[in-house]
Design a protein around this ligand. Structure first.
Ligand code: HEM
Ligand code: HEM
Length: 179
């Protein structure tokens, strides 16, 4: 490894656990959302439980993040990459809230609103919204699902570019370190 990120500051353990837990849940939910009608039938109840978990974890992550700045990027990262990374991370945070909220909204704004069973353990009540908001939630959930997929692909491609092409140790900042 060369480059300053290899030996420089890293994300904290809390940030790393939040990142990889939520990343795994989001990837699972993008897959289920897009494949539940073909390869993964009957998985929507699981999708809803995972999505509400992402919502709760992301709310906690954002509150925690407000008091804990991430490690500064190495000086060698150019300005365009710096601002694109910040914009992309902000959009990912927004979608980690908006995707679960619009999903929750789509089952809520109906003639007979449905609670969501969280992994069969307890019921999460429907949101107090009307049918128009429920329809809007459904449309937004479908469109933003594709947007989120595209942003995650770009995000992962950027991480892999740093790892394999630039070889600057940036991915390791977010890696678990053996003690
Ligand atoms: C699955 C492969 C993934 C890889 C390899 C990856 C890699 C990384 C890396 C290396 C960073 C730190 C960038 C830096 O050093 O400044 C990062 C940050 C981040 N990642 Fe990922 N990531 C992945 C998936 C995801 C997913 C699915 C999400 C959520 C949709 C996500 C959301 C974020 C956010 C919001 C940050 C910014 C953290 C902060 O500074 O507060 N990542 N990711
Ligand atoms: C991280 C959170 C979530 C992600 C990334 C996500 C992603 C997706 C995606 C990509 C689809 C496919 C859209 C399409 O048909 O093109 C989908 C469908 C769906 N999602 Fe989510 N979702 C999340 C959370 C939720 C939550 C919390 C609920 C409900 C409580 C939910 C309920 C649904 C339902 C019912 C469908 C099927 C819609 C249909 O086929 O008409 N989702 N989701």
């Amino acid at each position: 490894m060369r480059g300053q990120a290899a030996s420089g500051p890293r994300y904290s353990q809390v940030a790393i656990v939040f990142h990889w837990t939520i990343a795994a849940l989001v990837v699972a939910n993008l897959a289920i959302g897009l494949l539940h009608e073909s390869l993964l039938p009957g998985t929507i109840p699981l999708h809803k439980s995972i999505g509400l978990t992402v919502l709760a974890l992301t709310a906690a992550r954002i509150v925690w993040r407000l008091g804990h700045r991430p490690p500064p990027l190495p000086a060698e990262v150019p300005a365009w990459a710096r601002s694109s990374a910040h914009a992309l991370h902000a959009m990912l945070y927004a979608l980690m809230i908006v995707m679960p909220m619009t999903g929750w909204a789509m089952g809520s704004g109906r003639d007979v609103p449905r609670p969501v069973s969280w992994f069969g353990l307890f019921d999460v009540p429907p949101l107090p919204i009307g049918k128009a908001a429920g329809r809007f939630g459904h449309e937004a959930h479908e469109i933003l699902g594709w947007v989120m997929l595209a942003l995650v692909v770009i995000h992962v491609a950027a991480a892999l570019r740093h790892h394999f092409l630039l070889r600057d140790g940036l991915l390791a900042r977010m890696g678990f370190r053996a003690r």
